[in-house]
Design a binder for this molecule. Structure first.
Ligand SMILES: [Zn+2]
Length: 161
């Protein structure tokens, strides 16, 4: 039983109709093509579980941090990630669409995995972190040539006259 397995017996029994869940847990394998959430990086879940006729709706936000190498200059990047979720758990889940209620428990791990991986950048670059756009080291030799001084008087002409 992981930290992300939540007992929802109270919701299923209609003794309660909604419950707030705030917790933090690490989830292994949050990896996309270029970016990953470290196995020791906690994911903070701030959710409301709400009983509806079909099952339990889980809404709220997930927050964590991803790391990657810039896909242009290969500098290490790290950036907070926060995303909204809105998912349905039901006794007879639809494959790839809704999540299962097992006995009287729901497991938020798959929800975290699916949603976080989808939000990880596919080709992260320095400017994603608010830094100025970087330059591929292989391109830096091909800087544009300095302006030809013979053209300088032209750039001072006011063409509107
Ligand atoms: Zn870069």
């Amino acid at each position: 039983m992981t930290a992300l397995r939540i007992d929802v017996a109270d919701l299923l029994a209609h003794r309660t109709t909604r419950r707030e869940v705030a917790l933090s847990a690490t989830v292994e394998g949050l990896v996309a093509t270029a970016a990953r959430v470290g196995d020791d990086e906690p994911v903070a879940l701030d959710l409301v579980l709400e009983r509806i006729s079909d099952g339990i709706v889980v809404r709220g936000t997930l927050a964590t941090r991803w790391r990657a190498d810039c896909s242009v200059c290969l500098d290490p990047l790290e950036q907070p990630l926060s995303l909204g979720v809105n998912e349905l758990f039901e006794p007879e889940p639809l494959e790839g669409d809704t999540y299962p209620i097992e006995e009287h428990e729901i497991d938020l791990e798959q929800l975290v995995r699916d949603n976080v991986i989808l939000e990880l950048p596919l080709a992260p670059v320095c400017s994603d972190t608010g830094a100025p756009p970087c330059v591929d080291p292989a391109d830096s030799r091909a800087e544009p040539p300095p302006p030809d001084p013979r053209w300088a008087p032209l750039s001072q002409l006011d063409l509107k006259q």
